[in-house]
Each structure stands twice: as C-alpha cells, then as structure tokens.
Design a protein around this ligand. Structure first.
Ligand code: KIV
Ligand code: ZN
Length: 388
C-alpha cells in the first residue's frame, strides 16, 4: 500500500476572503484568525496585499512574529515597486512566500492592462526573476487563467517556471470553468508545459456558478497539488472555494482521492464561527459542514432513521467537524418517535396512550410555531397531560 498523496491547503481568507464586501479585518483581528488557521493545520496563509495598504503590511508583520509553522504568503502585482515592498514586509518571516500575479486572458489584456501578449509575457518573466532574487519561494498566478488561450497560457507558465517560480497557480478568477474543463486543463498543463513536473500546480476557484469546490476537486484529479480556499467560502462576489467543504470532501471520499490534507477537522466549526464573529458576516443555515442546519433533521422519516442508525441520513460525524452532536429539531414534519425520544431525554416515561395525547397537542402547537423547543415540551407536559 502506498502512502496517501499530500495536498497543500493555501488559505486566502485574510487576502481574497477579506476583499469581499463587508469582510474587512483590522491587523489585530487578522492575527487572531491567523492563529486559528495555524491551529487548523493549513500549509500556507496568505495574509494580504501589502502594496495596497499599511494595514496589510502591519498585519503581515504582526502575524510573522508569532505564526512560525505555516508558510506566510503576500500578494503582489508584477511591478518592481510592489515586489520590493512585498519582499521587505516578508523580512523576519519564518517561511516566506512571494505571490505575484498578472492577467493573461484576452479580455483582461485588452481592457484592464492594455498590453499585448508579448508585453504580458515579458512582464511575467522579468517579475518572477525579480521576485526570485528576493525570496526563495515564489508563486506565480495567471489571473483569469481559465479564460486564456491554451497556447498563451502554456507560454506564460513555461516562462514563469524557467525564471524560478516554485508554484504555478491557475485561477478561475470569474468562476467560469466547469469541473470537466478544470480537470482537463491541469492534466494538459502538467503534461505539456516544459518544467511543469518540477513545480507545484495550484487551483484557485471562485464560486460565481457555485462550482468552486467541484472545480477544485477536479483540478486535484487533474494533478493540482495545492488548492486555494477560504473559511466559509468568503471572497470576491460569490466567494472562493470553501476550505471546510474541500477538506471534508477529500476526507469523506478518501477511498477515491487518497489524499491527506493534514487539517484538524474538529476545528472547522470553531474556526468558521470565529470568522463570523470577527467579520460580522454570517453563513447561511444550510451551508455544508458549518451551517446551523448541516446536521439538523426535522422530518419524521429522517428522525426515525437517525434514531436507529445515524448513517441513514449523515455521511459524516458532526463531532469530526467540531459540532457537539446532530440535532433532531422538533417541528411540523416530526413524528411521534422523535417526540417520544426527546421526552425520554427530558426524563418523562410515557405510556403509548399518553404519548399519543402529547403528540396531538404537539402537532397543534406546530400549527402556531415553526420549532418546538424543550421548554415548549415541558409546558405541554405540565399543561394538559402532566396530571394523568
Ligand atoms: O482570483 C484571482 O485571480 C486571484 C489572483 C490574484 C490570485 O485572486
Ligand atoms: Zn481570487
């Protein structure tokens, strides 16, 4: 048996995540979050975009003082002044990475950069070489890579590798790709670009079509060995690939992927909740893994199944991701089995006929309120039925 393959988890909550509307953090808040990401076990933390603000420079300096295990990356445009500012802010970092990017797609070249293919190619090559003279670990990203012509994308990546990039990130900046395209793209790049086998390929997927996690998994199937993601999937527009979903997909479907992320999954929910408190940005109740309803069951059939064997309606154990337990929520769809189970947990032992009476009162209550709490059950017991 061979050892499972490893994948690098590159967390960009503090950079791409923080760029999303309503998610900005102070340097001190970023330090708190960086400590949590370190404890979670991520391999790389992207702390910010130093050329963009003093706050990001300060955050990187503060984080570097105490977070020493993971690699700390900062983002930079392919401009000499930005690269030098980023290299300066990385001084004193235990494991520094300079992450530089340039847009490669025709739309970005023409309308955003106003540059020709040759100009983009030259700027990518000279910038990687410049960054590499300053920092040993250089990641190069082709912004809007998935909407770039095949031949040009290969040419730019080959130039970046030839000039010393150690990681090549191919972002799906607009969340436009499909999983099949993502898998094929990484397979092709790794098979054809000169030097590709000497570097790590990375996927960075946005969620505009809700495909960020699916595209990241497909990229892994195509050979990517780094995935970029954020806690709760925060990020520009519809966000980035959600770290918790990616990690749990790789864990739950390990027989298929055979990939070890090294993440302490029991910290996923506490880390998600920490980010919510720091940013004030809530997550939807039905969000996979970390949403309030991710392990909650209301319908009678599901609750009945759960009480017999949790595997009937759960593919992972809530405690594996940091929830105390599953929740059997009592409401209009619940059956007498779950009501009886909850009453027994509250200390009531009822005959079938008594339970039937409570159940009728319970159903009546459900017409007036969505969720029946323990206190409501107590009230039912002490009202119509308790004296019997
Ligand atoms: O989405 C993107 O293209 C990015 C790059 C700058 C890495 O965030
Ligand atoms: Zn991005």
């Amino acid at each position: 048996m061979t050892a499972p393959d490893t994948i690098r988890i590159f967390d960009t909550t503090l950079r791409d995540g923080e760029q999303s509307p309503g998610c900005s953090m102070t340097p001190q808040q970023k330090v708190v979050m960086a400590r949590a990401l370190d404890a979670l076990g991520v391999d790389i933390i992207e702390t910010g975009f130093p050329a963009s603000s003093e706050s990001d420079r300060e955050a990187q300096r503060l984080i570097a003082r105490e977070v020493r295990r993971p690699t700390l990356a900062v983002l930079s445009r392919c401009l000499p002044a930005d690269i030098e500012a980023s290299a300066r802010v990385l001084e004193g970092t235990a494991n520094p990475r300079l992450h530089i990017f340039i847009s490669t797609s025709p739309l970005h070249r023409e309308h955003k950069l106003r540059m020709s293919r040759q100009q983009v190619l030259d700027m990518a090559a000279t910038s990687v070489a410049h960054a590499r003279r300053l920092v040993g670990d250089v990641e190069f990203s082709t912004e809007d890579g998935t909407r770039t012509e095949d031949d040009f994308l290969e040419e730019v990546i080959a130039a970046a590798i030839a000039n010393g990039a150690t990681t090549i990130n191919v972002p799906d900046t607009l969340g436009y790709a499909t999983p099949e395209e993502s898998r094929a793209l990484f397979q092709r790049l790794i098979a054809t670009v000169p030097g590709a086998r000497d570097v790590i390929f990375s996927a960075h997927c946005h969620n505009d079509l809700g495909l960020a996690v699916a595209n990241s998994l497909a990229a892994i199937e195509g050979g990517a060995r780094q995935v970029e993601c954020t806690i709760n999937g925060i990020g520009e527009r519809a966000g980035n690939a959600a770290l918790e979903e990616l990690v749990m997909a790789l864990k739950v479907r390990n027989a298929f992927y055979d990939i070890d992320t090294g993440i302490d999954t029991r910290r996923l929910v506490p880390t998600s909740q920490l980010l919510r408190r720091l940013t004030g940005m809530s997550v939807q109740r039905n969000k996979a893994i970390v949403g309030e309803n991710a392990f909650a069951h209301e319908s009678g059939i599901h609750q009945h199944g759960m009480l017999r064997h949790r595997g009937t309606y759960e593919i992972m154990n809530p405690s594996d991701v940091g929830w105390p337990d599953s929740k059997l929520v009592l409401g209009r769809h619940s059956g007498r089995t779950a009501v009886g189970h909850r009453l027994r947990a509250l200390g009531y032992t009822l005959e079938d006929a008594q339970l039937e009476q409570v159940f009728i009162a319970f159903k009546d209550l459900c017409e007036r309120q969505r969720v029946v709490e323990d206190s409501d059950l107590e009230a039912l017991m002490h009202g119509d039925v308790s004296g019997q």
